[in-house]
Design a protein around this ligand. Structure first.
Ligand code: NDP
Length: 446
């Protein structure tokens, strides 16, 4: 009996009511893999699809903490341990007021396939809290992180579950979380990635997601005999992923002309060069200011409350958050000449936007392939921690480059269509699925 997409999704929706982003992420994967499963019925007999959409474990907990006025605040903490077929759960923590169970389940689900694509032995997980670090003092962020870790520490470990950063969780937060874990457990281990270099971090980890996304775009372009050199790029967001995307585009001879945050976007037609990027890094990572200040400093235009998808470009790097490109914006991008979309953010394009990309046969690198560089270098950080060694910057960057190349090859292998167009959505979904599914079959009904 073959799977019917709508019937399968109806069960997922009924079982996970109201978790819209999770439904969206599952639909995208299942749509790609059903035809593949029809050709390989062992996966249906093993009920891999039914198993893979059900998290192995969901943890949800209270996070009480004292703010600077002495008042008690209460947030909700989560960790989704989605799939451990090929390694310990691995995936970031997100601190953002929009965080809820459905968003973290979508991220954990995507992470399973992404981690599989990296070729490294990592299962999939994700976690976080509805805590908003914006506007909080360092002291408040520390108190929150300590309370969060007090509970999370029971469930994680270097061979069990290894969290990292995501939106709202950068070097500062990883430091507070690591310090508390070490104190509670009285052990110094690689339980988190994204650590500072002085205490077990890896070179290139901060850069990895942005660099990797640009490497993936370069691979897609090279496959067509083209390259980033000379291309005009539009970038959304102005956090970790956006910053290092711009750095690598500049390295490869392209030009980025936009940056955004939740307030709006700036358009700098001259391009965001190394000096301007250093200003952005200070503004966002130290001063924790708003992107509008860039427009004031450099005398460029600022568009309040808008996203940058109407700006003319060759390449788009959505690097802020989920569902930031809708169908109309996808059409607008293509009408303005954009022919490459490489997703630094997770699921930034709604399903209708993806349909527009595929219909127009542009080079579309979906998140689970294009932004896998971050978790790949997290995997390399875990390896270095286990070996108690640190690799050089060049060594890590070369490994990252080769992993992105191998992910591209996997996508081509599973996604090339009869007219030679590479459907990277199918390529990434099927390529990620095979390794997980085979491992689950080998391990029996567990
Ligand atoms: P940061 O917190 O460093 O930056 C996030 C940026 O996106 C900020 O500029 C933020 O603006 C903006 N943003 C966040 N939410 C919204 C929203 N709802 N609407 C508009 N803008 C928003 O996060 P990262 O750069 O680490 O993450 C960005 C994306 O990349 C996420 O989708 C994340 O899941 C994905 N990703 C990150 C990885 C990593 O290694 N860090 C790995 C793989 C994927 P503001 O400050 O105003 O909120």
């Amino acid at each position: 009996m073959a799977y019917v997409l709508d019937d399968f999704m109806a069960k997922v929706v009924a079982k996970n009511a109201g978790e819209l982003e999770f439904h969206q992420a599952v639909h995208e994967v299942v749509e790609s893999v059903i035809p593949f499963i029809e050709e390989n019925p062992k996966y249906e007999h093993g009920r891999i699809l039914e198993r893979v959409v059900e998290p192995e474990r969901v943890l949800m907990f209270r996070v009480p903490w004292l703010d600077d006025t002495g008042d008690i605040q209460v947030n909700r903490g989560f960790r989704i341990e989605m799939n451990s077929a090929i390694g310990p759960y691995k995936g970031g923590l997100r601190f953002h007021p929009t965080v809820n169970l459905g968003i973290l389940k979508f991220l954990a689900f995507e992470q399973v396939f992404k981690n599989s694509l990296t070729t490294l032995p990592m299962g999939g997980g994700k976690g976080g809290s509805d805590f908003d670090p914006k506007g909080k003092s360092d002291n408040e962020v520390m108190k929150f992180c300590q309370s969060f870790m007090l509970e999370l520490s029971r469930h994680i470990g270097p061979n069990t579950d290894v969290p990292a950063g995501d939106i709202g969780v950068g070097g500062r937060e990883i430091g507070f979380l690591f310090g508390m874990y070490k104190r509670i457990r009285n052990e110094f281990t690689g339980v988190l990635t994204g650590k500072d270099l002085n205490w077990g971090g890896s070179l290139i980890r901060p850069e990895a997601t942005g660099y990797g996304t640009v490497y993936f775009a370069e691979n897609m372009l090279n496959f067509k005999g083209d390259s980033i050199k000379g291309k005009t790029c539009v970038v959304s967001g102005s956090g970790n992923v956006a910053q290092y995307t711009i750095e690598k585009v500049n390295d490869l001879g392209g030009k980025c002309v936009t940056l955004s945050d939740s307030g709006g976007y700036i358009y700098d037609p001259e391009g965001i060069d190394a000096e301007k990027l250093a200003y952005v890094m200070h503004l966002k990572n130290v001063k924790r200011g708003r992107i509008k200040e860039y427009a004031d400093k450099y005398g460029v235009e600022y568009f309040a409350g808008q996203r940058p998808w109407g700006v003319k470009c060759d390449v788009a790097f959505p690097s802020a958050t989920q569902n930031e490109i809708n169908e109309d914006k996808a059409k607008l991008l293509i009408a303005n000449g954009c022919f490459v979309v490489a997703e630094g953010a997770n699921m930034p394009s709604v399903p209708e936007a993806i349909e527009v990309y595929l219909k127009n046969k542009i080079l579309y690198g979906p998140a689970k392939a294009a932004n896998a560089g971050g978790v790949a270098v997290s995997g390399l950080e875990m390896s270095q921690n286990s070996l108690r060694l640190s690799w050089t910057r060049e060594e890590v960057d070369e490994r990252l480059f080769n992993i992105m190349k191998s992910i591209h090859e996997t996508c081509v292998k599973y996604g090339k269509e009869s007219d030679d167009y590479v459907n990277y959505v199918d390529g990434a979904n099927i390529g990620g699925f095979v390794k997980i599914a085979d491992s689950m079959l080998a391990q029996g009904v567990v």
